[in-house]
Write a protein that binds this ligand. Sequence first.
Ligand code: BGC
Length: 413
Amino acid sequence: MKSVFFGAVSATALIASVGHAEPQAEVLHWWTSGGEAKSVAVLQEEFAAQGGTWTDMPVAGGGGDAAMTALRARVLSGNAPTAVQLKGPAIQEWYEEGVLADISAVAEAQGWADVLPASIAGHMQCEGTWCAAPVNVHRVDWIWANADVLEANGIEMPNTWDEFNAAAEKLQAAGIIPLAHGGQSWQDATVFEAVALGVLGADGFRKAFVDLDMDTLKSDEMKAVFDQMRTMRGYVDDNFSGRDWNLATAMVMNGEAAFQIMGDWAKGEFMAAGKVPGEDFLCASVPGDGFLYNVDSFAMFTVDGDDKKAGQDLLAELIVGQNFQKVFNLNKGSIPARTDVSLDEFDSCAHLSAKDMTESSDNGSLLPSYAHGMALRGAQAGAITDVVTAHFNSDMSSDDAVNMLVDAVTNSM
Ligand code: BGC
């Protein structure tokens, strides 16, 4: 077996802690698009290079809703996967059910506390133990655009929602779909929270989607968020319903549509298709200040067998390893969770992300994404998303939407 060194401790040293078992892992994840598959292959390859046997359990479906349903069924039948793509408060929810393995030994041997920002480390800990390993930092509040389409129509990346609307009207008049969107509830929620960050500002976003402050949820500003969602409903094409997010990205790539509002896993798709940032496609944060983060991570479930425990330790160690954090994130569109990985090989969008993340952390506008399960427990996030989707797919007024929002959140608590 090869020995790969990660700072003070090597993979083989940790595997030795569970005897000479051959590492095994059944890994549940929802990385099935082109860019995602290329990314997860990096972990599969590193695992195999260390003698591990990987059993893949991909569950297609952007945002992971289908994967989480599959996970629940597996755990309820007493047959949990070895490692699961899991994030945000869902990690603590599963921990409370008593089904997560403690990976503190790996975390301590590898010094995770020293190489991860405190905001990320906090999500990975359960009552003082380490219960998940972070892969990356995705930013959610991005606008992607087809560079040629914008240039041909004399349009700049918008700095305000009014500018966005003016650009969209111009594009529509020219026969171009302004906004590539897939009508799936998590995609509606992704656009909604990006609009909310701009309209409510960072403090308002925190009050609404972290603190669940009722006054903010029913405020005039929240009505303005729904107003903008209604306007944007007019900018998507007739076939948006049910479309996968990566197909929406493809519409921007091929010039059928101008913009997509989506996390930077969309950049993974552009890159996997050989597109060049700044030339073929453009990235900009959505109008408004702040940074909505979405940290992918893996939690290990309690399983029997030294081979699986060895697999869990090895996976945890590889995931936080410097090489994996670099190569995976170059493919995935995100930036490393570790602070000590050089960004020299990363593109301009990743550099912007890293800069904005530092600035927003310093000025208090670094915020967890509610749409991607970082801010709230499942019941509350689901209650909000139900309202967002119901509004987007009907002619519901903004007044009715905020009333429904307050009721839904109240009933979910
Ligand atoms: C995940 C990403 C994934 C995206 C689309 C997000 O919730 O964090 O890793 O690429 O969903 O499936």
